[in-house]
Write a protein that binds this ligand. Structure first.
Ligand code: PRX
Length: 662
């Protein structure tokens, strides 16, 4: 392991031994009954095969798993269409009038109700439009959109014509868009003029225009009119959605694709400066997300109103807004804006009005609501809720208990779900009618998934011990590779513990054998549930004209889980005096540079200017020591440093700036 392993992380487990068993009523009606574990784990491949058969296949498969390390195929000789599984089969079964989405825009009273038939018509028009633009199966399409129904329609239209989509989170900057569009060689971009963020119309098309200056292969840009703001227009390339898509025929005969046909690419941060294009299959992925959605969220399609409060620009939105819930035919809430747009009780108003039954969100949001105060949820009737979920980072027991009592009225089971962009769907979680979870623990592997916690040599750790989280066997929703880089795929995930998938997370098995995920053990930070690599942020910082060198670490943060802290050395001649206006200006300009190069979410919480960085004699930056400094811990071993005094100096600088946090 690198020197960046969180010092003491594995030992830092809280002694939390409260458990919260589901009520007898909940347990009795739950989709997953206790026998599910024995049934699935007796023969996981057979069990997943049974789940796969709940989908609609055009050609039934005869093979289940083929495993040629590190490449797996599932249901390989079957063919299907993902959008048909999400839409047509519900409409064909007479459920076309069922609401797919209660969509709520950020501005008050800006709502839309979209049935399964409506969504199928939108998707069919978009699929016809893509084909009219010459899109063929296998072509890649980038989507950069706000949280509006057309974003879902765009994804499903791509799936319908067999063109893998690459959704780029709407908060990314032009440079980040260009990198992703070029890496996947996308030929079409689907975007909107803008989206609403905190009451203002934020431009999206404008970022795409900037990005496309370096993406000559992009033939067309489809633009949804959302905000009505002014946009630049490139004749011949740019097409309005309402003119080009909404005039297409509203039916489209879907073709069928092999189960292993790539459904989408999603970029995520690894330990290097360039994000990895994780790609997923069609048949195995849909099997995984629909099965996990059905059992973990206990969905009853007739009565539930599900709200996954995530952006479709991240994997949670792909798996638990689009593909899982729609294959299961449920009604969902989709909300465009920030949690405090129109008041800090906006979410609770939405839950009360639409009678949401299932809420799935991230710990960072839960902690923000805690800070805002109980009066906001307390002023609304949340009694429709019957299950709560958490995802994206470890949830601290205090937030878990608050979520359970203040939002869940001490009645709703909580599922703390561990998974990753790479795993496609949930891997570890309590099952709501079976498990008596401990606040903060992801508890046990999902049925049919085999997980272990191992030491450096790959040996299972004993109860009460910590180590590395690994997956022992292939699973249907697993990534099929890194786009264009099979070597990196093998190296990153399957070589650290040969033959087993290494997740990059540390975990502890407690005295009862339950698993607690403790966070990343590599150079990946988790800020508000968003993965960022230290290398990526460093790369952006050293791209600033005044910067010579930078080291970035993730430091614990009460709200965001981790926060970005950067130690920066300026070029000679560019140095500034401590606490001067010039210092404040250069720090502001570096933060802004990171926002422009990557995204505002990557902006360092704190930047410490230092004349030197602590390095080993071989020139490696000692991030472990910087993390100690950033977290105000006692300093670790400094004897291997070229200049041991550097750390003490940085520590002093850090103390002097302790009030910089914003
Ligand atoms: O460190 C783990 C953390 O989030 C990482 C995956 O990030 P990403 O691919 O962006 O996907 C986030 C949404 C699935 C993991 O390696 N993580 C995710 N869920 C949990 C978690 N850590 C602890 N508990 C969780 N429930």
């Amino acid at each position: 392991m690198s020197d960046s392993r969180p010092e003491g992380a594995v030992e830092s487990l809280l002694h939390e031994d409260r458990t919260f068993a589901p009520s007898a009523e909940f347990a009795a009606q739950a989709n997953a009954q206790p026998s599910i574990y024995a049934e699935a784990n007796a023969d996981p491949v057979a069990w997943w095969t049974e789940q796969a058969n709940t989908l609609t296949w055009d050609t039934p498969f005869t093979k289940s798993l083929t495993w040629d390390l590190p490449f797996a195929t599932w249901f390989e000789d079957g063919t299907l269409n993902a959008s048909v599984n999400c839409l047509d089969r519900h409409v064909d079964a007479g459920r076309g009038d069922k609401v797919a989405f209660h969509w709520i825009g950020e501005p008050e009273d800006d709502t839309r109700t979209i049935t399964y038939s409506d969504l199928l018509a939108m998707v069919s028009q978009a699929a016809n439009a893509l084909e009219a633009l010459g899109v063929e199966a296998g072509d890649r399409i980038a989507i950069y959109m706000p949280m509006i129904p057309e974003a879902v329609a765009a994804m499903l239209a791509c799936a319908r014509v067999g063109a893998p989509h690459s959704v780029i989170f709407g908060g990314f900057s032009a440079d980040a868009i260009a990198d992703r569009v070029n890496d996947a060689d996308c030929s079409i971009v689907i975007t909107a003029d803008g989206g609403y963020r905190r009451g203002a119309a934020a431009g999206l098309k404008q970022q795409v225009d900037d990005a496309l200056k370096s993406c000559p292969q992009v033939r067309n840009v489809l633009v949804v009119r959302r905000t009505g703001q002014e946009v630049n227009w490139q004749e011949g390339r740019d097409l309005w959605w309402h003119e080009y898509v909404e005039t297409q025929p509203a039916n489209h005969a879907a073709k069928s694709f092999p189960a292993e046909h790539p459904l989408y690419i999603m970029y995520t941060s690894g330990t290097t400066a360039s994000p990895k294009g994780i790609f997923h299959s069609t048949g195995g992925y849909l099997t995984h997300v629909s099965t996990t959605h059905r059992y973990i969220f206990d969905v009853k399609p007739e009565t539930d109103i599900c709200w996954t409060a995530a952006d479709i620009g991240w994997v949670t939105g792909h798996s638990y807004i689009v593909y899982g819930p729609l294959t299961n035919g449920v009604t969902q809430i989709m909300y465009e804006g920030t949690p405090d747009a129109g008041g800090r009780d906006r979410w609770w108003r939405i839950i009360e009005e639409y009678k949401a039954t299932i809420l799935y969100t991230a710990p960072t949001t839960i902690r923000t609501f805690m800070k805002w105060g109980d009066e906001h949820p307390a002023s609304h009737d949340l009694s429709s809720l019957r299950l709560l979920g958490s995802v994206g980072e470890p949830i601290n027991p205090e937030a878990w208990i608050w979520y359970r009592s203040t939002i869940g009225g001490d009645r709703c089971p909580i599922v703390d779900t561990w998974w990753q962009t790479e795993t496609g769907g949930i891997m570890m979680t309590p099952l709501p009618g079976i498990t008596a979870p401990k606040p903060g623990a992801a508890m046990t592997p999902f049925p049919g998934i085999s997980i272990d916690v191992v030491d450096n040599e790959g040996i299972s750790v004993a109860k009460g011990e910590g180590g590395f989280l690994v997956v022992n066997a292939p699973w249907p929703g697993m990534l099929r590779g890194i786009w264009g880089d099979p070597e990196r795929y093998h190296e990153t995930y399957w070589s650290r513990f040969e033959g087993r998938y290494f997740a990059g997370d540390g975990a502890k098995r407690d005295d009862d054998g339950d698993i607690w995920v403790l966070g990343r053990v590599d150079d990946v930070m988790n800020v508000s549930g968003h993965r960022l690599s230290t290398a990526e942020v460093e790369h952006a910082i050293v791209g600033h004209d005044d910067v010579a060198e930078a080291a970035v670490v993730g430091a614990s943060d009460d709200t965001t889980g981790q926060a970005v802290v950067a130690f920066v050395t300026l070029k000679s001649g560019k140095e500034v005096d401590a606490n001067s206006e010039a210092e404040a200006a250069v720090i502001a300009s570096i933060r802004n540079h990171v926002a422009v190069s990557i995204s505002p979410i990557a902006k360092p919480r704190q930047i410490i200017l230092t004349p030197d960085l602590p390095k080993t004699r071989s020139g490696k930056i000692m991030r472990r020591l910087l993390r100690d400094v950033a977290e105000h811990r006692a300093l670790g071993d400094v004897t291997t440093l070229t200049d041991p005094t550097v750390v003490a100096m940085i520590d002093a600088l850090m103390a002097a700036h302790a009030s910089d946090d914003d």
